[in-house]
Design a protein. Sequence first.
Length: 397
Amino acid sequence: MTTSHVKRAFKYRFYPTDAQAAELSRTFGCVRKVYNMALAARTEAWARQERINYNQSSAMLTAWKKTEELAYLNEVSSVPLQQALRHLQGAFTHFFGKRARYPRFKSRKKSRKSAEYTTSAFRFRDNRLTLAKMQEPLNIRWSRPLPEGMSPSTVTVSQDAAGRWFVSLLCDDPSIKHLPTTNAAIGIDAGLDHLLTFSTGEKIANPRHERRDRVALAKAQRRLAKKTKGSANRAKARRRVAKIHARIADRRRDTLHKITTRLVRENQTLVIEDLTVRNMVKNRKLARAISDAASSQFRSMLEYKAAWYGREVIAVDRWFPSSKLCSTCGALRDKMPLNVRTWTCDCGTTHDRDVNAAKNLLAAGRAVTACGAGVRPQRSSPGGQSATKQETSRREP
């Protein structure tokens, strides 16, 4: 068993005092202001065919603090402001590397409220976390312990739309070790009728988390629509809507964590389909159900957990006809409408649509592992593209 040195974020909820909440709110506003000003300066410089790097934007921040108009930036810790500039630099790096769109300005109402502190801006002793510019430690609910003897290298404080406060502690987690290698492999087909279907024949029921709260959500949204814009009652109604969305998201995330952890522990190779959820949600009739299934979040969790524990995730090309291909004889049907859940091949085999797709995905994944190519000649698949191996990446939970 080998240990993978992983930086892992441990997220906890905390309850700030009125003074701490006011200080953090000021910090969030200053972080947003600095980010937007730096982005505007870099955009203007780009129009003049000039480029501004992190060091230049940091010098600009120093100059801004000396002006009377922006003197309030000195009232908060300087570390989150510097981190905002680093995040902007990273955003431009991804943009120039063609991995992301051009950075956008942060909105006071829509953007995530967060501030990042490095080791020079917080004190962590005996499970008591005190941030810069604060006299008292944060009242954190320790739902799980940090790795023994480990101290966080970075602390990120955030507030969600429902008004809940969270602190994320980034530290090395030595408890993450590669699991013993096995020969177990599984094909995973994502769906709507069932959340997941495995090549073993097992099906995971779709909890439909959003449907459980749909009536309450619709009622809260109707009340929100009737409130006057800019009023205190509208702000309260907006938080009620946000709390329902947060409850749905929490249940969905908990379900996906349990499923992905189990899959990674039990299987060495996991084969999934490379779905384009962004295009799938354009179907207005299925958009709500597709979003509630959270296929992208499932894949993200599966990939970083597989990287942690020494497993392999293979993504099969989206054009691979997993549903139309007979997993027994390899015959390919011309059409397979969504309402067809079972079908019988000319060879006499009766297939469950989802189980058959999962078996075909597993076969495609094994072909990738063996020779890095497609499984069989695809006589009428669009473009004739073959399965491809998906590189796993380490991410925070």
